[in-house]
Design a protein around this ligand. Sequence first.
Ligand code: KG4
Ligand code: ZN
Length: 340
Amino acid sequence: MKILAIETSCDETAVSVIEDGKKILSNLVASQIDIHKEFGGIVPEVAARAHTEKMMPLLQKSLAEAKVDLKNIDAIAVTFGPGLVGSLLVGLSTAKALSYSLNKKLIPINHVEAHLYAAWLEENSPPKFPALGMVVSGGHTELVLMKNHGDYQLLGATLDDAAGEAFDKVAKLLDLGYPGGPAISKAAQEGNPDKFDLPRPMLDCRGRSRSALDFSFSGLKTAVLYLVKNSKTKINKNDVAASFQKAVIDVLVEKSIRAIEKYQPKSFILGGGVAANQELRKRFVEAIHELPHPVKFYCPPIEFCTDNAAMIGVNGYFKAKAKKFIKWKDLKVDPVAEIE
Ligand code: KG4
Ligand code: ZN
């Protein structure tokens, strides 16, 4: 089964062709980093316009690389949310038009759910259920229990800023450049992670309350702001970046391990843009290795952690097998869609 996948939820236009839920026939991403750089963050209106410009050339190129004609595509998977309304509309309208004109089946995809499906890409021994998933992206920080395909339980989420958002905001206040995640992780390599004692938000929330697995990063960001503001001497930005990164990683790893101990999954999946962080990946490998019972750890290659359409295609394949199609006239954007 060949799925054409389209992703435009944020600032990456992406088109991919995926065969049988894992084989990548093509995977193209047009990043808008250079466009938004001068503003120090994503400008939604500008993002939507850029998607409109990039979409058709990218579609043509993706099909050509996959050596697939549109008429031989079995279904079209497209992100309907969460994300920026204007951006989502570009991908959705494209998918609707193709579905209508070529009479192709349409599959609506939740972007956060798809981040977890990146673990199935080119994988010969894919995750087994129950799996525990952690999505750490620019807009989300979620711990999800995957009981089966399409059967999920949200165990915890951020109450304010997402982990990636905190990286972006701290990078901005340290004047390290955009996008913030890679800038912080680069600076952190040269810094001392134990130099500043920053808070580990909500790490003390334990026990049965859901907050034991919830997150909060807004206070940590404020702590960095006051650390920099109140410093009498010139502060070493690399030390701040390293200390901040360590605080975020401590919380993400510790809460995930708690969830693993409680729910005893067979697999653990780390996904989303922040999962591109090398230190985070390393710390997860170490922590999971130390568990008394075996849990297989999946963390996709970096290009599949950050936004891409290949993960949309894989997710689409499993939804197609479950016949979760939608009529083009019923497909709507949902900027605040939740995993269901
Ligand atoms: O999944 P993603 O590409 O887009 C969203 O769905 O939001 O995630 C983007 C986020 C941004 O906040 C970016 O700063 C962060 O992922 N990110 C990183 C790294 N690379 C990207 N954060 C920490 N370390 C990185 N190396
Ligand atoms: Zn994403």
